[in-house]
Design a protein around this ligand. Structure first.
Ligand SMILES: [Zn+2]
Length: 248
């Protein structure tokens, strides 16, 4: 389910910053609430009609194989935007994006967003830095899947999701966690069960509650810290201040 409300959602997307008010003021953009788990934000090989600046929740970039098997290859939260192909000059991609953890964000018509990008050099610069940071996240995940344990990767994913949520509790089905980690559901049960027994999380009826974030960081692999550092370097407060010196 995807609904729009007149009331403004609190601004929380780190990319939008000072452009938030301008984009919100346009007649074709509105706060959108991604209430639907597995809601499609765009589909592989189909024209992308909207870009989404997520405020809470998580979008999942998914690659589906010819036999129907799907794996998550990247995640997008309030540090980013769903619709990278648009800012890179294309209107479609071989991957799809689904709502993985329901939340809220700003939905903007792709055609309008392209016009804004053409108008603002500084917005373009920030969006390209995000594209770079996102590529780095995907590259880190590819290496992580190769070398790090299921439990380490599970901790990393919990931390990345926790960073993007306003509360310690969020919806997470075993099905999606299995897709994210690239394992069978039984593997997910074992990993989540281990973290639960150790008192790091509570996992009940598809809801995760983070109980001990510090311990999760200790058990996670280096990849959580590496990706976070890269995002902060490219899109942290300091980078955003210096990156906005151009024409708005
Ligand atoms: Zn790793």
């Amino acid at each position: 389910m995807l609904t729009s409300r007149k009331a403004a959602a609190p601004h929380a997307n780190r990319l939008l910053g000072c452009w938030h008010a301008r984009l919100r003021a346009t007649s074709t953009s509105s706060p959108t609430y991604f209430a639907g788990y597995r809601l499609s934000l765009y589909r592989a090989h189909k024209p992308i009609e909207f870009v989404y600046f997520i405020e809470t929740g998580v979008g999942s970039l998914v690659n589906t194989m010819a036999n129907g098997q799907a794996a998550e290859v990247g995640t997008i939260g309030n540090e980013g935007v769903v619709g990278l192909p648009i800012m890179l000059g294309d209107d479609r991609a071989p991957t799809s994006v689904y709502v993985q953890v329901p939340g809220a964000g700003l939905r903007i018509k792709a055609t309008l967003f392209k016009k804004e990008l053409e108008r603002s050099i500084s917005m373009r610069a920030v969006m390209l830095r995000y594209a770079h940071a996102f590529f780095n996240q995907v590259a880190q995940s590819a290496a992580c899947n190769q070398f790090h344990s299921l439990e380490q990767r599970c901790c990393r994913w919990m931390l990345m999701t926790h960073d993007r949520m306003k509360s310690d509790e969020f919806l997470l089905t075993q099905e999606f966690l299995a897709m994210m980690l690239g394992v069978q559901r039984t593997g997910v049960s074992a990993a989540a069960g281990g973290l639960q027994r150790a008192g790091l999380i509570r996992y009940k009826r598809g809801n995760v509650t983070i109980l001990d974030r510090r311990a999760l960081i200790k058990r996670s692999c280096e990849c959580y810290g590496v990706s976070k550092k890269e995002f902060d370097r490219l899109l942290g407060d300091r980078a955003m201040r210096t990156g906005r010196s151009g024409r708005m």
